[in-house]
Design a protein around this ligand. Structure first.
Ligand code: KIV
Length: 263
């Protein structure tokens, strides 16, 4: 079992061993992941892979609270971060009210907020009020409709400078770490070298301070689309379908249950 990380040990991990972050949405998988994950993120990606929606925007705070409690029940000794859903941190007051609900109604260790310099005042306000915040810069899934799609970030010098500014502002606002998503590897590496808190990448190459993957992607459970940055460590969908087909065959043939599975 991995020793539970804290805000301080996460910060101190910079330039040592890369952080291993996984998303999880329920107790069953969280319990399996706790042996290998330093941090479990209850991502609002659950709205897509768990609830079957086409993006994360309709995720509710109640959903996040429900799934965070489930994950914390399954992995009580793992550091957990709960995503703040779209629309729950539009200003300092709203953000604090919703973050306080997450802290009061779940054992989550921190919340995650998408955005860079535009969200600095909100991050600072939460931190000043005792809420640990993980930033999220680069490709922001909650902006998918506003931007008309999922776009790789940091493609030119202006975008690269803006990303560095975002990262440094998020750090200065008091975030203890940040996710960087969908950014060219050289840009993400440059950013990781210019902030002193860990930068955890997804689709951002291996020059950063850790990696996060969405569990249904990395276990090969999500078949519709596999982004270039995803490595499937298990052919989950194939294995599940094969098991179900075998079950169907045995139920129809009445070979299940056999004597060993009967009282
Ligand atoms: O919601 C999520 O799973 C995330 C990851 C993509 C980092 O924010």
């Amino acid at each position: 079992m991995i020793k539970k990380m804290t805000i301080n040990t996460i910060k101190q991990s910079k330039n040592t061993t890369p952080l291993v972050m996984m998303t999880a949405y329920d107790a069953l998988f969280a319990n399996l992941f706790q042996e290998s994950a330093d941090i479990i993120l209850i991502g609002d990606s659950l709205n897509m892979s768990f609830a079957g929606k086409s993006d994360t925007l309709s995720t509710s705070l109640e959903q996040m609270i429900y799934h965070t409690n489930a994950v914390c029940n399954g992995a009580p000794h793992t550091f957990t971060i709960c995503d703040m859903p779209f629309g729950t941190y539009t200003c300092k007051t709203t953000a604090l009210r919703h973050a306080v609900r997450i802290f009061q109604e779940t054992p989550a260790d921190a919340v995650k907020i998408e955005g860079g310099s535009d969200k600095a005042d909100i991050i600072q306000h939460l931190v000043n009020n005792g809420i640990a915040v993980c930033g999220h810069i680069g490709l922001l899934p909650q902006s998918v409709r506003g931007e008309g799609g999922y776009m790789v970030k940091g493609k030119d010098d202006t975008a690269k400078a803006q990303l560095l500014h975002d990262a440094q502002t998020v750090e200065a606002a008091g975030a203890f770490c940040m996710v960087i998503e969908g950014v060219k590897a050289d840009v993400a590496t440059h950013i990781a070298h210019h902030v002193s808190i860990p930068v955890i990448g997804i689709g951002a190459g291996n020059g950063v301070d850790g990696q996060v993957l969405v569990f249904s992607d990395m276990l090969g459970l999500f078949e519709a689309f596999t982004p270039k940055f995803v490595k499937q460590y298990l052919q989950g969908a194939t294995l599940v379908k094969e098991a179900l087909a075998q079950y169907r065959t045995e139920v129809i043939a009445k070979t299940f249950p056999d004597k060993t599975h009967t009282y």
